[in-house]
Write a protein that binds this ligand. Structure first.
Ligand code: SF4
Length: 389
């Protein structure tokens, strides 16, 4: 409920919540809730007066008690390769980014779950901005709404938006309830009608929440691994200190065992001289084979190699093309299903790990990052800082 207007934002409610709202607050039948869901998510209508199959009295009741408040598009930018990025205002101070990536018969929207991120992965642009707050369900599904309207998407007919990945700003499992509710709208026929396997949640490894996700949802899981041993992973993904690789892989095994034929994608960002050496490839292959054996399924673990996307102030560089190919070959030779994710949208800073938005930071992380940028500029004699917005 929006405190300032005391109206319920209907984007915050999944089918069950909307049915309850119609019954308890409006004294209306369930099927009315279904009609309204279709108006909002299929036809992108936010004005109750345009919902022409609702009676006048119901429209007046809705006006009084409810609203459909979508994120404000502050800025949008198409890339030369068809990728499209939106900067979406979430309140007066914060904005997040969502990115649409079209590719051979499918269209994937990368959605954010938090304003900033608290996990501080060392190679991630979002992390340099610190953390402000979780996004509400309305703010998460609102990103899908904005993209679907822009694309003229019509579920079951003109489906241009075929996949959603929760891989934008933030750690989705740290905003569990809002994310799970938003994903239920994505998969609902009255929402965006996406199949379970077409909605993917990517986590840095929140072990207890992976188990909870397995109990409550059927979406695809991706895990940001980025290193094949604890020493290196703790350096790159500090969350590893709390949930080391053995615990993370055990949680992944439990997730897959609950869902027949499910597989998990392990994301691995390749950084020059850091995690891209032959020994790392061998260690990663061993991990994947152990995983397949534990769940007794071939290709239960797939590897997605992501060439690092540089951003101002980072100490990392992208691996060379030769090292990327050698790393992939080493995994393929070890019978590990391995893809290299082609970089898309890097001309508009929409590539993986480059999303920034505008975060009214409540931590010192951004200040520390800016200090690092300044120190680099001083050392190189260029003087000024090019701190991100
Ligand atoms: S990689 Fe993901 S989890 Fe890690 S800091 Fe960035 S947004 Fe957060």
């Amino acid at each position: 409920m929006n405190e300032s207007t005391a109206k319920q934002n209907l984007l915050d409610l999944d089918r069950e919540g909307l049915e309850r709202f119609f019954a308890d607050t409006l004294g209306e039948k369930r099927y009315r809730a279904h009609q309204v869901m279709k108006w909002i998510h299929h036809r992108h209508v936010t004005d109750f007066n345009e919902m022409t199959d609702l009676g006048k009295a119901l429209r007046a009741k809705l006006e009084e008690h409810a609203e459909v408040r979508v994120p404000q598009v502050q800025f949008e930018k198409p890339s030369t390769d068809g990728t499209h990025k939106w900067l979406l205002g979430m309140d007066g101070k914060n904005a997040i980014e969502a990115v649409f990536i079209p590719d051979k018969g499918r269209g994937t929207l990368c959605v954010s779950s938090q304003v900033g991120c608290a996990l501080n992965c060392q190679f991630c642009s979002t992390a340099t901005q610190g953390f402000n707050r979780n996004l509400s369900t309305a703010e998460i599904i609102g990103q899908v709404w904005v993209a679907a309207r822009h694309l003229g998407n019509v579920p079951h007919k003109m489906r241009k938006l075929t996949n959603v990945v929760m891989m934008g700003m933030g750690e989705p499992l740290m905003n569990f309830d809002n994310v799970v509710r938003a994903m239920s709208i994505m998969r609902d026929d009255l929402g965006y009608g996406l199949a379970n396997k077409r909605v993917t949640l990517s986590t840095a490894g929140m072990v207890p929440m992976i188990d909870r996700l397995g109990e409550e949802s059927d979406v695809s899981l991706a895990v940001s691994l980025h290193a094949p041993n604890d020493e290196l992973r703790t350096e790159l993904v500090p969350l590893n200190k709390k949930y080391p690789i053995a615990e993370l892989m055990a949680a992944c095994e439990r997730y897959v065992m609950r869902k027949p034929r499910a597989s998990i994608t392990f994301e691995y960002t390749l950084m020059k001289g850091v995690n891209d050496q032959p020994t790392h490839a061998r260690q990663l292959a061993r991990l994947m084979r152990q995983f397949d054996n534990a769940v007794q399924m071939k290709d239960a673990g797939k590897v997605n190699l992501i060439p690092f996307n540089p951003f101002p102030g980072t100490r990392f560089e992208r691996s060379t093309e030769a090292d990327i190919r050698a790393f992939q070959k080493s995994l393929l030779d070890a019978q590990v299903l391995t893809m290299v994710r082609r970089t898309r949208g890097d001309d508009i800073d929409a590539a993986c790990g480059q999303l920034k938005g505008q975060v009214a930071d409540r931590t010192r992380r951004q200040a520390e990052h800016n200090k690092r940028l300044q120190a680099q500029a001083d050392a190189s004699g260029t003087g000024g800082s090019s701190a991100p917005a």
